[in-house]
Design a protein around this ligand. Structure first.
Ligand code: C5P
Length: 235
């Protein structure tokens, strides 16, 4: 399969030196990319700003903002069998980003925010027979919220985790997840290393792909995604 994986946070710039972002480090998405490659799949890893080495064999596209990430996913989707959105996409961006550093003044600036487009929802009309997998990083009641998003975003699988735990979610090497499906019982995995969680996710995706009898594209031709704000490299 060709699997497109997003990972890490996005940054929404206020000015050249300031931005809005979140605590995502990209560890879960990079572990999924490494696992998918180990399972013999072709991987495109669309990464927000993270300090992680590219898994060997992945095509990596670096992006900064949610809008950049949407462009990159839109570009890669036509040749993909699976989209895994493990990125923590910023929900809002400043309405205007200053091209020069804002001066410190006695008055704190008021920053007007606009909602970012939801990448999964935006690309839902182009889903066709592709598998879409989402992540729900929640505090409070992760399963109820994850189930709601699974349905709203039309996903084939949702990976839910409670990011208020110290041993799960952002910036740690372990994760405690529940896998949710539209028409099958939830699967609660034990606390595992992120790479083990990644292996479980990839195995489930392979099973879903087989069950749905989705045609595996034999073409390896790639889209000419030459957006100037994207950098691609093959490690
Ligand atoms: O942020 P939220 O909890 O809605 O994220 C759930 C899923 O939706 C995640 O897989 C995330 O990557 C994706 N998402 C997205 N576009 C956004 C926000 C989230 O595709 N703007």
């Amino acid at each position: 399969m060709k699997i497109v994986i997003t990972a890490g946070p996005t940054r929404e710039h206020i000015d050249p030196v300031r931005f809005i972002s979140n605590r995502s480090t990209g560890k879960m998405g990079f572990a999924i990319a490494a696992s998918a490659i180990a399972h013999g799949h072709q991987v495109t890893l669309i990464a927000g700003p993270v300090s992680l080495a590219t898994p060997e064999g992945a095509l990596r596209i670096d992006v900064i903002s949610a809008l950049d990430m949407l462009d990159a996913v839109r570009c890669e989707l036509p040749s993909a069998d699976v989209l895994i959105m493990s990125a923590a996409v910023a929900d809002w961006r400043p309405k205007e980003a200053s091209t020069t550093k804002l001066k410190k003044s006695t008055m704190a600036p008021t920053i007007e925010l606009l909602p970012n487009p939801d990448i999964l929802l935006t690309l839902k009309p182009s889903k066709e027979n592709r598998l879409f997998v989402g992540f729900a990083a929640e505090t409070g009641d992760p399963l109820a919220e994850a189930k709601r998003k699974l349905t709203a975003k039309g996903l084939d699988m949702m990976v839910a985790n409670d990011v208020s735990r110290p041993d799960a979610g952002f910036a740690v090497d372990t994760n405690l997840v529940t896998l949710l499906y539209p028409n099958a019982p939830a699967e609660h995995l034990p606390l595992l290393d992120k790479r083990q969680v990644a292996d479980e996710i990839i195995t489930r995706i392979e099973k879903l792909h087989n069950e749905l009898n989705i045609m595996i594209s034999s073409s390896s031709s790639r889209n000419p995604c030459n957006a100037s704000n994207l950098t691609a490299r093959l490690s």
